[in-house]
Design a protein around this ligand. Structure first.
Ligand SMILES: Nc1ncnc2c1ncn2[C@@H]1O[C@H](COP(=O)(O)OP(=O)(O)O)[C@@H](O)[C@H]1O
Ligand SMILES: [Mg+2]
Length: 387
């Protein structure tokens, strides 16, 4: 079956579309999930600047208009459909099914009291019915609520793909995606799905992007050049790593609620009266240090248990961030590798993941990993719109 996976992450930079051929062997083995994948093509469509601005202001807003939220849902459905159709033309393939993550505008993984009930909630927007109508095939969307209804945090969901692709009989592996938020999947040597540990480590590009935007009026620090010319304020980094999010045991998730506008204002204030380059360098160091710190605190029980560190996401294009990370990982005995080496372009992995999750849902199979999300049970994820 050919499935289009569509991802738009918290960076709100754009839409990634992956066209994937997925097949499963009839005798599925529980440990390897028995799926075969072939990436037929991947492309990226940046959001038009006014759409990006609307998404960012909606995510950060305490009072978005209900009418705008409703319109955004349909608008994104149209943009996702356009992106899928363009990708299909480019690679001359036609998807038979779509898996679309949607754009997260709110995520609260931890429960809180609300009008007499304790609840957690999440909201991904981008109307599946519109995509199904325009592309003409069924669409699975809105993957996270089913995991939350089963007691999970609704994230991370990509570990299902990580397990499928990177589980190794001879080596433990840490798989790290650096999108707006950074998240890791730790897969012990010869693991079963139950042994997978996965969680958000903290900011990925989100804080770097925001300070670069505020101080240099650029959407991101291309290739990490600004950070490379600044000096890291180590005391700011180590102070922030003492805060509750970083100390909390997994499972845990993060979003703009933790590392959005408010965090960034405080971060800039904390850096004090220094050159803007030092602020960007410090934001970059925070991402690197929070990843290494999370691995030390929550993943490494003994040296040698994990050998490979496989990195993906737009942050892997930030050379300064990668250099900082490599320096911190070396003493932990981890070797940095990229998903490219394993046949998946770094930007494509999350889109591929949503193609695989849609495929599982289409076959009515669960695809959350309860040890990663904290769910009480496996759940079939998503809602289906028929074209
Ligand atoms: N050449 C580059 N140099 C530095 N950072 C980059 C580069 N390319 C992409 N990025 C970063 O990657 C981010 C997008 O990463 P992505 O994996 O798409 O995140 P998300 O899943 O949150 O959308 C951009 O916002 C930017 O911070
Ligand atoms: Mg993106």
């Amino acid at each position: 079956m050919i499935v289009a996976g569509v991802m738009s992450g918290t960076s709100a930079d754009g839409i990634n579309v992956a066209l994937v051929r997925i097949d499963h062997t009839s005798a599925r083995r529980a440990r390897t999930l028995g799926l075969q994948l072939r990436l037929l093509g991947h492309c990226e469509f940046p959001y038009p600047p006014d759409v990006r601005n609307l998404i960012l202001s909606t995510m950060n807003s305490a009072g978005a208009s209900v009418a705008d939220l409703a319109r955004l849902n349909v608008l994104l459905g149209e943009l996702y459909a356009d992106a899928i159709k363009k990708a299909q033309r480019r690679f001359r393939v036609k998807a038979e099914l779509v898996g679309c993550h949607g754009q997260t505008i709110y995520h609260q993984g931890e429960t809180c009291e609300f009008l007499g009930k304790r609840l957690a909630t999440t909201w991904q927007t981008g109307e599946g019915a519109v995509i199904a109508a325009r592309v003409g095939v069924p669409v699975v969307s809105d993957f996270r609520p089913a995991d939350m209804a089963a007691g999970g945090k609704g994230a991370p969901l990509v570990p299902f793909l990580d397990f499928l692709l990177y589980r190794d009989a001879g080596a433990g592996r840490v798989v790290q995606n650096i999108g707006g938020i950074a998240n890791l999947t730790a897969i012990p040597k010869a693991a079963s799905p139950k042994q997978v540990v996965a969680f958000d480590t903290g900011p990925g590009n989100m804080v770097i992007d925001a300070v670069t935007e505020r101080l240099f009026n650029q959407p991101y620090d291309r290739d990490g050049l600004i950070a490379a010319s600044g000096t890291v304020l180590d005391s700011v980094v180590s102070e922030i790593l003492q805060e509750s999010f970083f100390c909390r045991k997994p499972p845990k998730t993060a979003g703009r609620e933790e590392f959005g506008r408010e965090f960034v204002s405080k971060f800039i204030e904390r850096c004090g009266k220094v050159n803007g380059r030092d602020v960007v360098a410090t934001a970059t160091a925070l991402t690197a240090a929070s990843i290494a710190d999370a691995i030390q605190r929550f993943v490494l029980r003994r040296r040698g248990a994990y050998l490979d560190f496989i990195v993906s996401g737009g942050g892997a294009r930030n050379a300064t961030l990668m250099a900082m990370l490599a320096n911190q990982l070396r003493p932990l005995g981890l070797q940095m590798r990229s998903t490219d080496e394993f046949g998946l372009p770094m930007e494509a992995k999350e889109a591929v993941a949503f193609a695989v999750l849609a495929y599982e849902t289409w076959h009515q199979r669960p695809s959350n990993i309860p040890s990663a999300t904290g769910a009480k049970r496996p759940a079939v994820l998503g809602k289906v719109s028929y074209g």
